[in-house]
Design a protein around this ligand. Sequence first.
Ligand SMILES: C[S@@+](CC[C@H](N)C(=O)[O-])C[C@H]1O[C@@H](n2cnc3c(N)ncnc32)[C@H](O)[C@@H]1O
Length: 351
Amino acid sequence: MIIQEYYRNFENHNRILEKYINDRTPNNIKNILKISLTLISFSNKPNYAIVNDAVEVSKEYKKEKLVNAVLRNILKNINDIKYEKYIYPEFKTVIDKIFSSKSIRDYIYSAIFKKPKNYQISLTDKNSAVYCKRVFMLDKKILKGCIVQDIGNFEAIKATHIFFKDKNLIDICAAPGGKSILLNSLGFNVLSIDKSQNQINKFKENLIRLNLKLDIHKVDFLDEKFTDKYNSILLDAPCSALGTFRRNPDVTIKIDQSLIKKHQKIQFKMLEKSLEILNLGGFLVYIVCSFHPFETIDVIDKIIQKHQNVKIHDVVSNKMIKRQNGYFINPLTFKNIGGSDIFFVSVLEKI
Ligand SMILES: C[S@@+](CC[C@H](N)C(=O)[O-])C[C@H]1O[C@@H](n2cnc3c(N)ncnc32)[C@H](O)[C@@H]1O
């Protein structure tokens, strides 16, 4: 909670501190002050304890007097602290580029400053679910046979799985297993691969809790030589995670274009290799939890420019917005149950 608030109010705290420190204050001291401000404004910890802890930590940098003085001054003027809804311009530009509807944009802007609701997805149909017989709110307890994930993730699979005619499916970036587990619950026989042991361990923990068995392999997709071809491929590619800004507010702060270009290169390579191992007439579903054009519209554009044997299919979902080459989850359609992350999906057929 504190980490989220730290990043949600990053610019507010920079502006508050401007009055008390100068450019020469070392970054680690600025960080200690910003963490303290977050705790003062968003935790129940007593202020004297927050100041004491900050002073203790800053002794290591021989700046305890400065930290003590700044925090005491801030506390003296605590009523002057005003939190504004500051949106980093680069983040706003990307939102404005993708979402032409003002009501959707306004909803997204407001979502940046709210804690997201958590969902749990039942792996079997349940009539009491809040959405589509499967989605429950996560209040306190995780229900038996449920997996915790965002409703947008659920929607991405719900809207695209019908393209997979062959129930034998390879999930290329599978861990920690959210989509593989959903697909398994929809009757797919999933071969899950991922290159990260850490992520695979989380996947295995999920499987143990759910009492499920899935076929998981630690494989670097880009290095692996495949002898088999597939009719059904899911590629949930690594990305900037911009669409998860409510849970990871740090992604809104500095959009690093060159890093996103690097993601695009990897996504492009993964898409090309997926097409290589896709049978003619087979379907490849590409998903990213981002709405940056580089990782969504543009990367698919590059693919269809280079590979003329690829057809993009329309998706039927009243929870998504159609854009060039694919669809974005419309979080406004989940407003009444707490909103969603924003995913991009594109359905490719090899013709
Ligand atoms: C967006 S996450 C996948 C989330 C997962 N599909 C889910 O729904 O829970 C991306 C995953 O891609 C994996 N990954 C990145 N590069 C990879 C590669 N070259 N081969 C296989 N997996 C890779 C990462 O380890 C990470 O777990």
